[in-house]
Write a protein that binds this ligand. Structure first.
Ligand SMILES: Nc1nc2c(ncn2[C@@H]2O[C@H](COP(=O)(O)OP(=O)(O)OP(=O)(O)O)[C@@H](O)[C@H]2O)c(=O)[nH]1
Ligand SMILES: [Mg+2]
Length: 325
């Protein structure tokens, strides 16, 4: 593609200036990882210029089909009614492509396609350094520097990566459904630990009160400390019922955290996690390179023959390794 000539820095300036095509391309760079993603990260930090993260991030997570996208779409309406700009990052760790399962989300959120103050983007793993756990927070920073007040991060599924990504937000909303122990499943997946707000969606179906009671029990058992007690709200997202209440709870959580200093602390912890993840990913990459050469093969043969031991072999390879560039 001839268009690929624009530098990450130029694209970011375009995005900050409100150009949606540039914003989409910057996010693709972040998604793909490598050198360009690194250049974007540096440029974003330059654009933020010590003013800190500009977007407030809200994670929306829960079991597949719980109604996360429907709720997210309804939340967009609530935010827009207040005149604020909102972006959605739909994160799908399982899909190697941007598309697939996410496509339905796109269609549903397509109601907002003509609104300049709404931006919806899917992100899938590309198997690069650090994966989505590294790309998603960077994408959030990009969206913040592009002037979105709020970024809603919807994660699909309930694996470890989803919990990780969902927990990397300022407020985390966990969505469960009425019926067969969905709340207990959420607890098993580690979701109740990261929840700041619970939503029992599909409250038009039987069993909403039971799901709420299940959640209360789980919360009591976990004995979560701290001043914030996660509220449990019921919604029928398809009809927009209860959705304004969810947003109100998110805003209350934000205000409470901002007042207590908890938000800054949470963001510092998140940044520390991000750095740790990057260091780990880079060390892993390095170890792959260090153990790939001819000498490594010779040493493996020597260990197999009993001429040396694996510890000594590892020492030799590490001592000979070039430092990380
Ligand atoms: N009855 C009822 N159905 C709902 C409600 N909210 C969502 N649904 C339906 O549940 C189905 C799944 O909704 P989605 O919003 O796609 O759920 P999701 O959690 O985003 O699904 P994944 O992203 O695939 O995990 C759709 O058919 C929705 O119309 C609700 O409040 N009541
Ligand atoms: Mg969805």
């Amino acid at each position: 593609m001839a268009r690929a000539a624009a530098s990450p820095e130029d694209l970011l300036s375009g995005a900050v200036g409100g150009d949606r095509a540039s914003l989409a391309r910057v996010l693709s760079l972040v998604e793909r990882g490598g050198g360009p993603a690194r250049a974007v990260a540096r440029a974003v930090a330059g654009a933020l210029d010590g003013r800190g993260e500009r977007a407030y991030t809200v994670g929306i997570t829960g079991s597949p089909g719980a109604g996360k996208s429907t709720l997210t779409s309804a939340l967009i309406d609530v935010v827009r009614a207040r005149g604020e700009r909102v972006a959605v990052l739909a994160v799908d760790p399982s899909s190697p492509f941007t598309g697939g399962a996410i496509l339905g989300d796109r269609v549903r959120m397509g109601d907002h396609a003509l609104d300049d103050a709404v931006f919806v983007r899917s992100m899938a793993t590309r198997g690069h350094l650090g994966g989505l756990a590294v790309a998603a927070p960077e994408a959030v920073r990009v969206l913040g520097s592009a002037g979105f007040h709020w970024v809603l991060v919807e994660t699909v599924g309930v694996g470890q990566v989803e919990v990780e990504v969902a927990g990397q937000t300022d407020t985390t909303v966990v969505v469960v459904n009425p019926g067969w122990g969905d709340a207990v499943q959420a607890a098993k997946a580690g979701l109740t630990e990261i929840a700041d707000v619970f939503v029992v969606n599909k409250a038009d179906r039987p069993g909403a009160a039971e799901a709420e009671a299940d959640l209360r029990r789980v919360l009591e058992l976990s004995g979560a400390a701290g001043s914030w007690r996660p509220p449990i709200l019921r919604t029928t997202a398809t009809r927009g019922e209860g959705v304004a209440g969810v947003w109100e709870a998110v805003r209350r959580h934000r205000d409470e955290q901002a007042a207590s200093g908890g938000l800054d602390e949470r963001r510092r912890r998140r940044a520390a996690d991000e750095i740790t993840r990057l260091v780990g990913a880079r060390l892993l990459e390095r170890s792959g390179a260090i153990t790939a050469g001819d000498r490594a093969a010779e040493l493996a043969a020597a260990v197999a023959r009993g001429d040396t031991d694996p510890w000594t072999a590892a020492d030799e390879l590490l001592a000979a390794a070039a430092p990380d560039p």
